[in-house]
Design a protein around this ligand. Structure first.
Ligand code: UDP
Length: 450
């Protein structure tokens, strides 16, 4: 590798965006590239794990006081103002480093400002998408969906405005806040996300996606027609069994010993990721449905996850359910959990990282998508890959019970999940399609310097 190549990797400051970009940065380091990884100061203070060897960490302010809430729109505003000014200053100082100035920026697609500022300063910039190619394509297709009027209910109507997904995508699989965009009243978060995605896609020299061609060939082909170049290099975490970690919550390893005490494939792992907040009623429906299955369950309940209820009360409720068959943790070592022989299925919100982590381990899924891309991911799981079932917008104890039972007991679904796992492991092996794409990307980044 050319010793002069130095990549600045800049994730959107959320757990689901930091993780894949950290795996990406690690893969670059392993390919001999010098990498600097940029956190926000707020996040860097929360991360207990040391960075992977060879990776330099830097941070910048996100513009919000430490105890301030950080919703998507709040972060978007403060990152575009304070964050972008600090980023420009930092990039200028990295450019003047005598030994190894930055030669390329890879920034999360949520931050077109990071791409534009880099290019202003003469540094080529690429966008990184930590979501699925299908949901990325759906975001790029928002103007067309609005034009076709395909965003309003009725929910089961098919969607034709996302190329390559005609035939199985329904209106209820689109991000929820879109449904009233026609009247100028869409969810500002969804509309903002669609806008920044399109802007970064247009501005970037190329797009890097954490997916595999074997999972999303069609969507990738359609994205390729809309941007300069696309590299499908995922699932990045699967490149190494001991991939780097940067958790914003403290992982509770105690659940691994608890899993050791259970039979093979007898436990339901439940996690709705790092952002979803559910109502107390939804919590009760999940708990009752899980308890009724009779299976043991390991449930990740972040302290801030259920509206208006203290976490101690929730733990008690779970412990009391069906003779204490439930175990609660605030944050789990998820990749290790999914790899454990005792886990029989994953009840998940179908965030893209969780979907990929589960797919690589060949664990069947029960999806209860919460928002955004999760609704499309879960449709793929249920209707295209058939590696699980999609509960979609229903949250009812009877549905939870039936769906979990069916997934735990279906040989067909398990077989599909295992076949996908085998394919993904091949994709990230030497000469696999994702590995070849990563090599092509490293060459691309090296040539940008010339
Ligand atoms: N995660 C974890 N422990 C948990 C729950 C989640 O390590 O208890 C990780 C999970 O492995 C994944 C990320 O947090 O890498 C969540 O990302 P995802 O895209 O699935 O969902 P989001 O949090 O963005 O909604």
């Amino acid at each position: 590798m050319d010793a002069g190549v130095h990549v600045l990797v800049f994730p959107w400051p959320r757990q689901g965006h930091i993780n894949p970009m950290l795996h990406f940065a690690t893969a670059l380091v392993q390919a001999g590239v010098q990498v600097t990884f940029l956190h926000t100061e707020h996040n860097l203070r929360r991360i207990a794990q040391a960075p992977p060897p060879g990776l330099r960490l830097l941070s910048l302010p996100d513009g919000l006081p430490d105890d301030h809430p950080r919703s998507f729109l709040q972060l978007m505003e403060s990152m575009c103002e304070t964050g972008s000014a600090a980023y420009r200053a930092l990039l200028m100082s990295l450019l003047s480093e005598a030994s190894a100035p930055v030669t390329c920026v890879v920034a999360d697609g949520n931050m077109p400002f990071a791409i534009n500022i880099a290019e202003d300063l003469g540094v080529p910039a690429l966008a990184f998408a930590g979501n699925s190619a299908c949901s990325y394509l759906a975001l790029l297709s928002v103007p067309k969906l609005v034009e076709l009027g395909e965003i309003a209910f009725p929910a089961d109507d098919p969607v034709c405005g996302v190329p390559g997904m005609e035939g199985f995508l329904r209106r209820r699989d689109l991000p929820r806040g879109l449904h009233c965009a026609e009247q100028g009243d869409g969810d500002p978060m969804v509309l903002k996300l669609a806008e920044v995605t399109a802007r970064s896609c247009n501005a970037a020299r190329a797009l890097i996606i954490n997916t595999a061609a074997s999972m999303e060939r069609q969507a990738l082909a359609h994205i390729a027609s809309r941007t300069s170049d696309v590299f499908a290099v995922g699932p990045l975490h699967a490149r190494s069994r001991f991939a780097a970690s940067a958790s914003l919550w403290r992982e509770d390893d105690g659940c691994m010993a608890w899993l050791d005490g259970h039979e093979d494939r007898s436990v339901v792992y439940v996690s709705l990721g790092s952002v979803a907040v559910i109502t107390h009623q939804q919590f009760t429906e999940f708990l009752s449905g899980l308890a009724a299955t009779g299976y043991a369950f390991l449930w990740v309940l972040r302290p801030d996850m259920v509206q208006t209820t203290s976490s101690a009360l929730l733990r008690e409720a779970v412990a009391a359910a069906k003779g204490g068959k439930g175990r609660v943790v605030e944050w789990a070592p998820q990749r290790d959990v999914l790899r454990h022989r005792a886990v029989g299925c994953f009840l998940t919100h179908a965030g893209w990282n969780s979907t990929l982590e589960c797919a690589v381990e060949g664990v069947p899924m029960v999806c209860w998508p919460f928002f955004l891309d999760q609704l499309i991911n879960s449709r793929f799981v249920g209707a295209v890959w058939r590696t699980g079932l999609d509960m979609k917008d229903v949250c009812d104890r009877g549905v939870v019970e039936r769906t979990v039972r069916e997934v735990m007991e279906s040989d067909e679904i398990r077989g599909m999940a295992q076949a996908m796992s085998q394919q993904l492991r091949l994709d990230v092996m030497e000469l696999g399609t994702s590995s070849s794409e990563l090599e092509r990307l490293v060459r691309f980044i090296t040539e940008l310097r010339a």
